[in-house]
Write a protein that binds this ligand. Structure first.
Ligand code: NAI
Ligand code: MG
Length: 352
């Protein structure tokens, strides 16, 4: 019996609705499978906690989380109670940084029963591996001469270690998928860092002769997301390029309520964190209509991370059957509730 200890942080708003729904699905998966067991420990760290304690989590919060195999998070944010930068930096960003979650991965897939804004979605199924710790998002640089002669300098940081580990992650992932990696570059316009990026990519790919690879400049690549998304399998990108591509990936899927994400720690010192792309959606909280698919798909990514790819695959198939049969929440054109969707997913998993 494989046992996984999971820290659960439902957070705010619809996080408190979609997390329990996704946990039911995970529990059902464990029951049906028989060989895995989850131990859930829930932490009430959110904006209400902040109002009571003056912080988003206890001072030893990270120490507490460190011992878990994974962190399963809903969404953080209740701007009516706590300013967003306070809630976000006090919990989410703290965990991502301190736990060295250096890779962010977000799949995008044409789901049956969900309308993509693309005219020809052509059954695309891709995943973006985004370098999550360095690159264009650095604090190095500065500004001088306020006013007419003002100058701003922003330095991007690309380390061989950081670039290489993102690329290796992408190649390893491609082995489990359709065996293709695309590098998002811009070495025709960015003089130092992107030729370096290309060099590292060419080095790394020698270790993966069985994987096909390609490199596209980011501008053309972004256009292909719209015109020919089906040509991509795994895409590896720097922090900025990956940020933009993953939002675009979410957009072509058709709803923010279905998009999953994972923040991956690679050195094994800390747990990885699994959270959907969407926020706490205060506008629909309490109505019971939040789409649970993003959170359930995120659970699937956690299973993949634990090496349970087969189970994860089955979960995604069932999710797609459910949407294809029209059991959908209002954001994707249905009239089912959060519970109804989750219950239907559980029912079908049990029937497998
Ligand atoms: P949001 O993602 O919460 O909502 C944007 C729109 O999408 C809303 O109309 C909402 O109803 C809809 N939506 C989102 N998830 C949905 C779902 N599962 N089912 C159906 N509809 C869904 O983004 P917004 O409104 O900008 O932010 C609200 C709060 O969430 C803020 O406090 C923000 O800081 C926080 N936030 C937190 C994130 C996180 O925890 N990772 C990510 C994004 C926002
Ligand atoms: Mg973004």
């Amino acid at each position: 019996m494989k046992k996984f200890e999971i820290a659960v942080i439902p957070g705010d708003g619809i996080g408190k609705e979609v997390v329990p729904a996704a946990l039911d699905v995970l529990q059902t998966v464990a029951d049906v499978h028989g060989g895995i067991q989850f131990d859930w420990t829930e932490f009430p760290w959110n904006c209400d906690y902040y109002l009571e304690h003056g912080k988003m989590m206890p001072d030893n919060g990270l120490e507490i989380l460190q011992g878990f195999d994974g962190i399963f998070l809903g969404a953080i944010g209740n701007p009516q109670l706590v300013p967003d930068h306070v809630s976000l930096w006090g919990l989410l960003i703290k965990i991502r940084r301190e736990f060295e979650q250096v890779i962010n991965i977000r799949p995008a897939k044409c789901m049956k029963g969900i309308r993509s804004p693309l005219v020809n979605p052509n059954d695309f199924d891709l995943i973006v591996v985004r370098e999550n710790s360095e690159g264009e998002y650095s604090e190095i640089g500065g500004r001088i001469h306020r006013g007419e002669d003002e100058i701003a300098v922003q330095n991007a940081i690309f380390t061989r270690k950081g670039v290489e580990r993102a690329m290796r992650y992408a190649f390893e992932l491609a082995k489990k998928r359709r065996g293709h990696v695309t590098s998002a570059t811009k070495s025709n316009g960015i003089f130092h860092s992107m030729p370096f990026w290309d060099e590292v990519f060419n080095d790394v790919k020698k270790d993966y002769r069985e994987i096909e690879s390609a490199a596209f400049h980011i501008d053309a690549l972004a256009a292909f997301f719209v015109t020919r998304p089906q040509i991509f399998d795994v895409i590896v990108a720097s922090n900025l390029f990956g940020d933009i591509l993953t939002d675009l990936g979410g957009a072509i899927m058709g709803s923010i309520g279905i998009a999953p994400a994972a923040n991956i720690n690679l050195n094994g010192k800390y747990p990885s964190m699994f959270e959907p792309v969407h926020g706490s959606a205060p506008d629909i909280y309490g109505k019971g209509i939040a789409n649970p698919i993003g959170q359930i798909w995120t659970a699937k990514m956690m299973l993949d991370h634990f090496g349970e790819d087969e189970l994860g695959k089955k979960m995604l198939e069932v999710l797609e059957e459910v949407t294809a049969d029209g059991i959908k929440t209002p954001d994707i054109g249905g009239n089912a509730s959060t519970r109804e969707v989750a219950n239907e997913v559980c029912r079908r998993l049990k029937a497998l």
